[in-house]
Design a protein around this ligand. Structure first.
Ligand code: PMP
Length: 302
């Protein structure tokens, strides 16, 4: 449980926050959010790619016609303050903006929003499974597409698509789902982008496959190109996943997580791949301040 939460400009006790039951964003999923990590380096604690996350937060607000009243820079400062006030090292940070309204109406007449930032200590999203690799199921649910909801927005309601596909996969005995786009191409996991490695080359679905434009996806592209590997964005079939040498998820929570089995078919030899392992290591080095050229991605907290 978080200790102190940044709430509309000041730090307040988490357990003193009371949100009305009929709150619009709780009832209808109209809140918007981000997911960010901080990492402890040798001497400092850093927030990873804070600027890009707050930019995406602002973009989500714009798409959903929400007036945040705080600039990206102000919210970046608030994120740093939240981590600092809670004395956190390796943490997961959750900025969340939601309507104040608790009237029964789909369209709140009062459009004022609350902004909260909570942070908790955080380790591996997939726990032990992250090391052995996760087993996935292609979802029977399609990934939402932009004829239905804006896929580049991180809004709570969008995530019912993720929740239902993840629960389906877990109920069937898998670790995670993989969603296809409305056109039947590979899109992403419920909270992760996806990459394949074939003959030493990387590929990942492009934005036309209705994916969230992931910041870790961008990080992985940059790191692998810097390592001299070819990375392409392209339409991807289920067959491409089954026949790849390696498959991995990436995301703020998932970091780089090997996918070792899909729909009961082993990927490669069914063990985490070497390139996946290397990229996971490089991401961790970048996030903990061990790589000079990627220091630009880090905001020091202490
Ligand atoms: N896709 C979805 C649907 C997600 O929720 C996330 C997590 N934000 C990602 C991909 C990965 O994005 P990022 O690397 O920016 O965390």
């Amino acid at each position: 449980m978080p200790g102190k939460v940044w709430f509309n400009g000041s730090m307040v006790d988490y357990d003193k926050l009371h949100i009305p039951l009929l709150n619009h964003s709780l009832q209808y999923g109209s809140g918007i959010f981000e997911g960010i990590r901080s990492y402890s380096g040798d001497r400092n604690v850093f927030i990873f790619r804070l600027k890009e996350h707050m930019e995406r937060f602002q973009n989500t607000a714009k798409i959903y016609r929400m007036d945040l009243k705080y600039s990206a820079t102000e919210l970046e400062k608030a994120v740093v303050e939240t981590v600092r006030s809670n004395n956190l090292k390796d943490s997961y940070i959750r900025p969340f903006a939601f309507y104040k309204s608790d009237e029964i109406s789909l369209f709140p007449s009062n459009r004022e929003v609350n902004i909260a930032i909570a942070a908790i200590p955080f380790g591996k999203y997939f726990g032990e499974k992250a090391n052995r690799g996760v087993r996935c199921k292609t979802s029977s649910w399609e990934r939402i597409n932009s004829r239905i909801l804006p896929v580049r927005a991180k809004a709570s309601g969008n995530y019912l698509n993720s929740v239902i596909s993840g629960l389906e996969a877990i109920s069937a005995g898998y670790d995670e789902a993989i969603l296809l786009s409305g056109d039947g191409y590979v899109a992403e996991g419920p909270g992760e982008n996806i990459f394949i490695v074939s003959k030493g080359k990387l590929a990942t679905p492009g934005l036309e496959s209705s994916i969230l434009s992931g910041i870790t996806r961008d990080t992985v592209k940059t790191i692998s190109q810097d390592m001299g590997m070819e990375v392409s964005e392209r339409l991807m079939l289920r067959d491409d996943l089954y026949l790849a040498d390696e498959v991995f998820f990436c995301g703020t929570a998932a970091e780089v997580t090997p996918v070792v089995e899909i729909d009961g078919i082993k990927i490669g030899d069914g063990k985490p791949g070497e390139i996946t392992r290397k990229l996971g290591q490089k991401l961790s080095e970048a996030a903990t301040g061990k790589t000079e050229r990627y220091m630009k991605w880090l905001t020091p907290v202490y």
